[in-house]
Design a protein around this ligand. Structure first.
Ligand code: CA
Length: 240
């Protein structure tokens, strides 16, 4: 079955052009013409990816993006933002609001398709939905039931914090997670931990699971934004 893409774009011509090109690539397409409609459709249609225009008539695209991320039902969907502006500030703001990538208008359909494929590949689409019990890639695996992590078939001892950090990154589906997000998710009740602490634990975690912690393949640093988990080419998940 094909993947579904939600296009949130108020410009009719562009929306139709996107729809045409996406369908031609074999994607199912649903469209929304405003931020509010986009948010509703994101919940109702459970898309595999969202293309989101920055300038919408009712809600600023960045706020739509943030709201999608804050809703548990839609938090993991990959988002590509469209922006008419080329200013770096908007891009960074879009990315820190949880977008996975952005495209500056005008862009060619070919470029868009390439970005979509890259984002879907990076996100290891399907992890969130099927993962229940196990994550597996060529280098290591996580059994979420027993909380066991195997690296090249051998069990590794992770601290509870490292384990939580790792699962948080893996389950984020290739999305960039800020230090603040990780602090919230992992340390929650401990109010006195600084963002820098996240870096220290990430460093430890890398020494446990990466081939070469100095050149991480899985836990990537996204400069100025946070961290992202990349699954590599052989990622797959299993039910139990
Ligand atoms: Ca627009």
């Amino acid at each position: 079955m094909g993947l579904t893409i939600l296009v949130v774009e108020d410009e009719k011509d562009l929306s139709e052009l996107l729809e045409y090109n996406l369908r031609k690539e074999g994607y199912a397409v649903v469209t929304a013409r405003s931020g509010a409609e986009g948010l509703r459709m994101a919940v109702e249609t459970e898309p595999d990816l969202v293309i989101l225009d920055l300038m919408l008539p009712d809600i600023f695209g960045i706020d739509v993006c943030r709201t999608i991320r804050e809703n548990d039902d839609t938090a993991s969907v990959p988002i590509i933002m469209l922006t008419a502006k080329s200013q770096t500030a908007d891009k960074v703001e879009g990315l820190s609001a949880g977008a996975d990538d952005y495209l500056t208008k005008p862009f060619s359909p070919k470029e868009l398709i390439a970005r979509i494929k890259a984002v879907l590949r990076r996100s290891g689409r399907g992890i969130k939905k099927t993962s229940g019990r196990k994550f597996k890639c060529d280098h290591f695996s996580i059994d979420f039931e027993s909380c066991r992590v195997l690296v090249e078939g051998k069990p590794v001892e992770l601290t509870a914090t490292e384990y939580k950090l790792l699962t948080c990154l893996v389950e984020s589906n290739g999305r960039v997670l800020s230090r603040e997000h990780l602090l919230d998710a992992v340390w929650r009740e401990d109010a006195f931990v600084e963002p820098r602490t996240v870096d220290v634990h990430i460093r430890h975690l890398r020494t446990r699971i990466e081939h070469d912690p100095a050149h991480p393949e899985f836990i990537k640093t996204v400069r100025g934004l946070g961290y992202r988990f990349e699954t590599g080419n052989f990622a797959k998940t299993e039910g139990d």
